[in-house]
Design a protein around this ligand. Structure first.
Ligand SMILES: [Zn+2]
Length: 455
């Protein structure tokens, strides 16, 4: 029996099993759901045990990690499949057409919290292995599953877990399916993610707020100083003016620019969705290049001084801003933090103290387009979807991906099986039945292709 025949024959059961997984309200952020979170871990573990995988539910400081190890395949590549069994809260419940934890399959779509993010996608891989075993009798690679339960709360225990179990988790390639294709029927390989430096900037100019009549014209003003500092971080062409910021940025080569230009992207739909009438940004780059492959600096929050109704004649002693930088290879988030600190300190007006506190640091990640795993994924996606995949980068950050690169030295392969409009994190989250079944076929084809890289 081929994988295709197996998926066709078992379709009803494959969908029912996913629905059973979706019935568990494994909301990782909600302490009242702890037992459901554990149920979902045990459910994932049981599914892996039925494949003959040596499987454990491992304790962490928080929710457990499920590890499943397939049989040893001497001389074959080592592949790690990562996913998560936890989900976002379902609230607001009144915006759902039905109970978010009572999945409904209708019109070719499975609707439930977690359907696409990420239970449906990780379970497609589990069932892909099942289909491959039914078809071939054995696996072509050394395969390990790592399914965590804290992705939706920022994976606080995962990096330490991976580091502590680096030998056991050692892999040549890590497959992550926790995202979207660029559109229905358009298989997508995401080969780059941006990193992040997020800071709080505090400015202090006086010992207390001062009367603008008694002191105005003779003392430094924290809000004025902060506004000048922030305005000085970028020029009129959207270029970041922080010394050294762009030095490690890998330039976009012609091949990559061509690949990005070939991605189907509807700028009008993008603008309508965001409710914007312009798309300002760094000169010299297309919108998609700026969203995916160029670093950014954005003010995310500003406060200080009098915020109430009416007037209060006061010169603020303190002011605060939140600033995020999205980073691209080979920027280092700690270096960017130091650059920001140096720039802001050097440009602080007389008598004004500036402090910069890091709130979040994450490394960018990129898998080269000519990496053997990317070639193998291209082959697999072409087989299943009957067309070449699109190569995309993502403007967002998934810290665990750079952790896998850094701690395991693995190539990472991001193959989203869902759609951008699956309403992940939102009411009426869905996953197309076709995307689920194709995901199962993709997983099987991918493991076969990774066993014999084409490079
Ligand atoms: Zn997810």
């Amino acid at each position: 029996m081929t994988v295709d025949q197996y998926v066709a024959a078992e379709q009803t059961r494959l969908i029912e099993e996913l629905c059973a997984f979706l019935r568990m309200p494994s909301v990782s952020t909600d302490p009242s759901r702890t037992s459901a979170v554990r149920d979902a871990a045990e459910f994932s573990a049981a599914a892996l045990r039925r494949l003959g995988f040596k499987t454990d539910v491992r304790e962490t400081g928080g929710h457990p990690v499920v590890i499943g190890q397939g049989p040893l395949v001497a001389g074959a590549p080592r592949v790690l499949i990562y996913g998560h069994y936890d989900v976002q809260p379902a609230e607001p419940l009144e915006l759902w057409a039905h109970d978010p934890f009572d999945p409904v399959v209708s019109g070719g779509v499975i609707t439930a919290r977690g359907a696409s993010d990420d239970k449906g996608q990780v379970y497609a891989h589990v069932k892909g292995v099942e289909a491959l075993l039914a078809s071939d009798g054995s696996l072509p690679v050394n395969l390990t599953f790592l399914i965590e339960g804290e992705e939706e709360i920022g994976s606080p225990n995962l990096a330490a877990f991976v580091e502590a179990h680096a030998d056991e988790l050692a892999a040549d390639v890590v497959i992550v399916s926790d995202g979207a294709m660029v559109g229905p029927g358009i298989p997508t390989i995401t080969y780059g993610l941006r990193g992040m430096t997020y800071v709080t900037i505090r400015v202090r100019a006086a010992g207390r707020d001062l009367h603008s009549g008694a002191y105005g014209g003779g003392v430094p003003n924290a809000l004025d100083a902060l506004a000048r500092l922030l305005a000085g971080l970028k020029d009129a062409h959207g270029r970041v003016l922080v010394d050294g910021f762009y030095d490690p940025v890998r330039p976009l080569d012609d091949r990559e620019r061509a690949a990005i230009a070939s991605v189907p992207f509807d700028q009008d739909a993008f603008m309508a969705d965001a409710g914007v009438t312009a798309t300002p940004g760094e000169h010299g780059y297309t919108l998609l290049e700026r969203l995916w492959a160029r670093p950014t600096l954005d003010v995310n929050g500003l406060s200080g001084g009098f915020q109430g109704d009416g007037a209060k004649t006061v010169i603020a002693a303190e002011a605060m801003a939140k600033v995020s930088c999205r980073l691209v290879p080979d920027q280092d988030p700690r270096d960017v933090l130091a650059q920001l600190e140096a720039h802001l300190t050097a440009h602080a007006p007389d008598g004004v103290d500036v402090s910069v506190t890091a709130e979040g640091l994450g490394h960018p990640a990129m898998t080269p387009l000519d990496a053997p795993s990317v070639q193998a994924a291209t082959t697999a996606l072409r087989q299943v979807w009957g067309r070449d995949p699109v190569f995309a980068r993502s403007g967002g950050s998934i810290p665990v991906v750079s952790d896998f690169q850094r701690l395991l030295g693995a190539e990472t392969l991001l193959v989203g099986l869902g759609q951008e409009d699956d309403r992940a994190h939102a009411p009426n989250e869905k996953f197309a039945v076709e995307d689920y079944l194709q995901g199962i076929r993709v997983s099987a084809a991918l493991l076969r292709a990774l066993a014999r890289p084409t490079a």
